[in-house]
Design a protein around this ligand. Structure first.
Ligand SMILES: [Mg+2]
Length: 308
């Protein structure tokens, strides 16, 4: 098995460390020079729990592990700074899998503009990946889930429904539409938009991992407000519409309830001139915490059926 430094050295090769990295791989720990409060988050991906090798190529697993963590940093309104990557895998795992994983992690760090500053390596019964991401608030306050106020508008940035459509395709044993499947394997995180939203005055924000309705429920609960979505403001992407038609489910169901896309959802003060890429989809109202769709209560347990 390769050594820790060899792995991390290979992942970091070709990556330019940002100028906030004072000390990178090679010592007991990395040193970062941040200009504000630090945001820290971590996620674990376990084979057959979070991904299946036959559905997700190693490169996609490497990319996704970095992407979902940086997405959480973005969701706090912070500038992603650095990540550390830990990988455990069976001793008989094909070396090519590890190399492709490394390439994927490297590619996503590049896309996200973060430095990979450390990691660890071990053997285990199944593949396990743990990534920790650190972000810099740069003097701004974090954008939490609890700041939404009645009268705020609700907006989203990024893709919605693509990953769920991709999962539906894979579960049926198909491989296309390819862009939907690719989104299932690796989300297209709207990098940089967390800071943009914070600067635009976002009062509450999160990234959509479990589905827009479920995740906005967290903002409703934390802020003590009602969030009312207007389905007329959502566009159902062509690929999602095609998968919806093929599976006999409503396209808007994928958009509102599908998870794993890692779009950003946020509340902004009424009248905010939304930054480019952000789309208004509803508003915040006073009342007992709830998420409404076109003014009607959404019963999460009914899932897709609600839209049938
Ligand atoms: Mg999150």
């Amino acid at each position: 098995m390769t050594g820790e430094f060899e792995l991390i050295d290979r992942i970091t090769r070709g990556l330019v460390a940002r100028d906030d990295v004072v000390l990178s791989v090679g010592d007991d720990a990395a040193v970062l020079a941040l200009s504000g409060h630090a945001v820290v988050t971590t996620d674990v991906l376990i084979e057959n729990v979070h991904f299946k090798r036959q559905w997700s190529p190693a490169r996609a697993v490497g990319r996704k592990a970095v992407a979902v963590n940086v997405s959480d940093v973005e969701a706090m309104g912070a500038r992603p700074s650095a990540v550390v990557v830990a990988l455990a895998f069976p001793k008989d795992l094909d070396q090519a899998w590890v190399e492709e994983f490394e390439a994927g992690a490297r590619e996503e760090c590049d896309r996200a503009g973060v430095s990979l500053v450390g990691g660890d390596l071990s053997s285990s019964a199944v593949i396990a990946v743990c990534v920790t991401a650190i972000g810099d608030l740069g003097g701004r306050a974090a954008v939490t889930r609890s700041g939404a106020l009645p009268g705020d508008l609700v907006a989203v940035c990024g893709r919605l429904g693509w990953a769920a459509a991709g999962l539906a395709v894979l579960q049926r044993g198909f491989g296309s539409p390819k862009d939907m499947v690719a989104e299932q394997q690796t989300p297209t995180v709207p990098y940089g938009q967390g800071v943009v939203a914070s600067r635009a005055g976002a009062t509450a924000m999160l990234d959509v991992s479990d589905g827009l309705l479920a995740d906005l429920g967290h903002i409703a609960d934390s802020s003590g407000v009602v969030i009312d979505l207007d389905t007329g403001l959502f566009a159902v992407p062509d690929g999602v519409a095609r998968v919806a038609a093929a599976t006999g489910k409503p396209g808007i169901g994928f958009v509102l309830a599908g998870g794993e896309d890692h779009a950003l959802a946020a509340a902004f003060p009424a009248g905010t001139d939304l930054p480019e890429g952000w789309v208004r989809v509803g508003e915040v109202k006073a009342g007992d915490p709830a998420v409404l769709v076109d003014g009607h209560a959404f019963d999460g347990s009914r899932g897709w059926d609600h839209f049938a």
